[in-house]
Design a protein around this ligand. Sequence first.
Ligand code: NAG
Ligand code: NAG
Ligand code: NAG
Length: 362
Amino acid sequence: MLEIIQLSPKTDNGYFVVKYIKKVLKSPVFWIVIVYTIFLAYSTHIEDPKEIPYPVAQINFKTSRKYISSNYAASSRLGNHLFELASVLSISRDLNRVPIFFIEDCYHEKMWEDTNNLIPGLMNQFLVINGSVPRAIRRTSFHEKCCTFDNPSVLKENKDEYLHLKGTHYQSWKYFSQMRQELLGFIKTPTNNFFYLPVSSQSTFVTCVHIRRGDFLRVGFHVAGEHFIKSSMDFVQNQEGRSRKHMATVFFGDDFSFMDSLRNSTASNSHDAFVSQNSPSDDLLYSKANCDVVIITAAHSTFGWWMGYLSKGNTVYYTDIKYTKDYILETGEFTSEDYYPPHWTALKYAGSNNLTVTRSFN
Ligand SMILES: *[C@@H]1O[C@H](CO)[C@@H](O)[C@H](O)[C@H]1NC(C)=O
Ligand SMILES: *[C@@H]1O[C@H](CO)[C@@H](O)[C@H](O)[C@H]1NC(C)=O
Ligand SMILES: *[C@@H]1O[C@H](CO)[C@@H](O)[C@H](O)[C@H]1NC(C)=O
């Protein structure tokens, strides 16, 4: 802007403008007004009190170690927390850095509590520091697309004592591909014995169906319809569990009347059906102990993903997102091979006028 004005200092008017602007720029009042305006714009921008940053963390510099931390989508729920923490832990090991979890605001505090409540061993791997990330720590771009793997080896060049990643979500199994057993071991021992739900055993085969509807319907994420869900269950039943005497199905999710109607139409003399009333954390504990097979009906539910990943049978079927209108596909941030482990099975309708669910070959 200054340059444009300086182009015409020959005319009297132009000369006055330049002189005036120089004077204004030198005035402390001008700068106080600018700083105050920015401050007001910034503080009114934070509408959610849970996002007000905690006091800056007190940390030491010039230590003998190197550290890593990350930005997090802390206001999201458990499924997202698990992706982020498992990935950052695994990246910290690749880079031989100490992983730090900064409790930056109320959402981070909740994230820390909820994760601890399910999988304390995972949280124990982090150095937890109560406070927001100091400004002196540089922010480094990494993992800018929610559901696409970035190779952490690009970070090996970085020499920062405190490496702080700007990424969030980290939704790819590839970040922690060797860690399934270890993550299972980090999970707490259940205190609840889920007395009203079936127990997987030599004689009972448990199919777990995860159905996310409520908020997904509102925000444009894919939600499977009743027909697709029933047809998927038929397909899976034909593939699995034929050797056991009893079959049982448990529905998990947030829409109880929808699940109850499915339960009612699934139950028969030879087949028990239930709807879980447990907390999300208990649903994952149940899955680890009892789900022989998991069907993820809402293609991009991270909670469904973890029910499958941590399940007893490690046998998972999911709605192929390519055949849905899920909005994440339009963002270009989603890579199927990075999001779904290769041993899971994708499902779709056999054809546009054949509403039988079948395996989707990529
Ligand atoms: C972290 O600090 C905040 C205040 O800055 C406090 O309210 C909160 O209880 C602390 N959390 C933990 C886990 O110590
Ligand atoms: C359950 O199904 C039976 C028939 O199969 C029907 O009579 C009953 O009304 C259904 N109940 C609910 C709650 O849908
Ligand atoms: C529909 O697709 C299924 C699975 O591929 C196949 O078995 C069935 O024969 C098809 N039905 C018709 C009417 O084409």
